[in-house]
Ligand binder design. Structure first.
Ligand SMILES: CC(C)(COP(=O)(O)OP(=O)(O)OC[C@H]1O[C@@H](n2cnc3c(N)ncnc32)[C@H](O)[C@@H]1OP(=O)(O)O)[C@@H](O)C(=O)NCCC(=O)NCCS
Length: 431
C-alpha cells in the first residue's frame, strides 16, 4: 500500500518550489488535487518545446496529481474552495506575499474552517522581517541565502548552481515539515501552519559555509586551496575544493573536453595507495614517502602541487579509465556526468531515475524518477494532468456535487477565467 494513501492535499502551488513538494507527496500516495487558476499554472506555457502542449517544465513537476480549475475571484469559486478545504488534510501554496489573504483566506480563517488541516506555505523570505513582502525566484534565493557568494572562483563573479536548491530544495524542506505536522495533527486533532522561506532553505543547505565563517574568527582555513586568513570576514569562493575535512578537486582527463573531468577526494586513508600508484608514472617513485605530502597537514599546505601531480597522471586517461584505476584503491571519485551521460546511464535507468512516460498532448517523454525509495511502497509514476482534467471528477467524487449544482456553479463562473475588462481607450490630448 502507498505510504500516504488516504491523505488528501489541496495543492494551490505553482511554478517549481511548491509543485516539487506536492509531486513527492503524490509519489508517496497522497491524493493531490492541483487547484489551478482557470488560466492554469503559468509553467504549462513556459519554455514550450511542442506548440499547444503542456511544457516539460510543467509535466516534470506535476505527475500523479489531479487538476481542477477554480476561479477564486468569484463567490462560486470560493464556495468550492471552502468545501474542498473541509475535505483535505493539507493545504499548500506558494503564492506571492498576501495573495491568499486577498482572497479572504488567512491562516486563521482556514483553521477556523478546518481545525485539523495542516497548511504549508512557501515564501521567498517568510511572513516576518524586512524582506517579507518581496517575491522570489530560484536565483534570488541562491543570491540571498549564501550560495552564490560561496560558489565560483575568488577572482570571478559569483555563480548560481545548476541544482535548484532555492526552489526544489525548499520544496523538500516543506515536505518534511508537512509530514511532521500531519503526524502531530493525527495525534492532537489540531493542524498547524508550516512555513518555509526559500532564503532559509538555501542557508540550511549552505550550513558548512557558516561553519567556515565562524572558523575564520580563529584562524585561516587550511583545507581551502585559495588564500584565507584570520578575521577575513567573508567565506571566499573556493572553486571545486571539497568543502569538507578531506581534500578534493576536479581533475581534467583525456580528451580534455567540457565534461572530461573526474572529481577525486584524496581521503587521508587512501593517500599511501594513491601515491604508490601514480608516483612511478609521473617519475616520482617515492611519492608515498615524500615529506611534502606525508601528513594530511602537509598535503593541505602543498595541495596545489598535489593537484598538479594528479592532473599530470590523469593526462593520458579518460575520466572512466581514471575511475577504473582509482576505484580498486578505494579512492572516492566520480566522473562529471553530463545530462546526456545521465539520460543514458545504465545505473540511472536501473534505479528508475530516468522514467519514460506518455502524455496525450506530447507523446513519449522522460521524467527524473523518485529519489526516495520506500521498500513497501515504491512510487508508481503517472503523467501530469491536463488543465482541469479532473474538475468534474473531483466535484462529484470528493464533494458529492450533483450535475445540477455543477451546472449552476459553472454558470456562475466558478471554473472559468473572468472575462477581461476592456481597457478604457487612451485619451488623445488635444494638440
Ligand atoms: C513565484 C512568484 C514570484 C510568481 O509571482 P506572480 O506570477 O506575480 O504570482 P503571485 O503568486 O504573486 O500571484 C498569483 C496571482 O494569480 C491569482 N490566482 C492564483 N490562483 C487563482 C485562482 N485559482 N483563481 C483566481 N486567481 C488566482 C492570484 O490572485 C494572484 O493575482 P493578484 O496578484 O491579482 O492577487 C510568486 O508567486 C512568489 O514570490 N511566490 C513565493 C515564492 C516562490 O515560491 N517562488 C518560487 C517559485 S518557483
Amino acid at each position: 500500500m502507498e505510504a500516504l494513501k488516504g491523505v488528501r492535499i489541496l495543492d494551490m502551488t505553482h511554478v517549481q518550489a511548491g509543485p516539487t513538494c506536492s509531486q513527492l507527496l503524490a509519489w508517496m500516495g497522497a491524493d493531490v488535487i492541483k487547484f489551478e487558476n482557470p488560466q492554469g499554472d503559468a509553467t504549462r506555457g513556459q519554455l514550450r518545446d511542442i506548440p499547444n502542449a503542456d511544457s516539460l517544465y510543467f509535466t516534470m513537476l506535476n505527475c500523479n496529481k489531479r487538476s481542477i480549475t477554480v476561479n477564486m475571484k468569484s463567490a462560486e469559486g470560493k464556495e468550492v474552495f471552502v468545501d474542498l478545504l473541509k475535505k483535505c488534510d493539507i493545504i499548500m501554496e506558494n503564492f506571492g506575499p498576501g495573495v491568499l489573504d486577498r482572497f479572504g483566506f488567512t491562516w486563521e480563517k482556514i483553521r477556523e474552517l478546518n481545525p485539523k488541516i495542516v497548511m504549508g506555505s512557501i515564501k521567498g523570505f517568510g511572513s516576518t522581517g524586512p524582506y517579507a513582502e518581496f517575491k522570489a525566484y530560484e536565483n534570488v534565493a541562491q543570491a540571498m541565502g549564501g550560495s552564490m557568494s560561496t560558489t565560483g572562483v575568488p577572482d570571478g563573479p559569483p555563480f548560481v548552481t545548476g541544482a535548484q536548491i532555492g526552489d526544489s530544495g525548499t520544496g523538500l524542506h516543506l515536505a518534511i515539515g508537512l509530514l511532521a505536522a500531519l503526524r502531530q495533527a493525527e495525534r492532537t486533532g489540531q493542524g498547524q501552519y508550516v512555513e518555509v522561506a526559500m532564503m532559509d532553505g538555501v542557508m540550511n543547505l549552505c550550513r558548512v559555509k557558516f561553519r567556515d565563517h565562524q572558523r575564520l574568527t580563529r584562524g585561516d582555513l587550511p583545507e581551502y586551496s585559495v588564500p584565507t586568513y584570520k578575521d577575513m570576514g567573508e567565506v571566499p569562493r573556493a572553486g571545486n575544493d571539497s568543502g569538507g575535512g578531506q581534500l578534493g578537486n576536479a581533475i581534467h582527463c583525456k580528451p580534455h573536453g567540457a565534461n572530461d573531468w573526474l572529481y577525486i577526494v584524496v581521503q587521508e586513508a587512501v593517500w599511501d595507495a594513491l601515491a604508490k600508484r601514480i608516483g612511478p608514472e609521473i617519475h616520482i617513485p617515492d611519492l608515498a614517502t615524500d615529506p611534502r605530502f606525508a601528513t594530511i597537514g602537509e598535503r593541505r599546505k602543498n595541495q596545489q602541487l598535489m593537484w598538479t601531480l594528479i592532473n599530470k597522471f590523469a593526462e593520458k586517461y579518460t575520466k572512466r579509465e581514471l575511475m577504473a584505476i582509482l576505484n580498486p584503491l578505494d579512492v572516492p571519485c566520480g566522473p562529471i556526468m553530463s545530462t546526456e551521460d545521465l539520460a543514458n546511464d545504465e545505473h540511472v535507468r536501473g534505479r528508475d531515475m530516468w522514467v519514460e512516460l506518455d502524455h496525450p498532448q506530447r507523446g513519449k517523454w522522460f521524467n527524473v524518477g523518485m529519489p526516495i525509495k520506500l521498500s513497501a511502497s515504491p512510487a508508481v509514476i503517472k503523467r501530469s494532468p491536463t488543465l482541469g482534467e479532473h474538475t468534474e471528477e473531483v466535484l462529484k467524487q470528493v464533494l458529492n456535487y450533483d450535475d445540477a449544482r455543477i451546472a449552476a456553479l459553472k454558470e456562475g463562473g466558478a471554473f472559468s477565467a473572468p472575462p477581461k475588462t476592456p481597457k478604457a481607450p487612451k485619451k488623445v490630448l488635444a494638440q
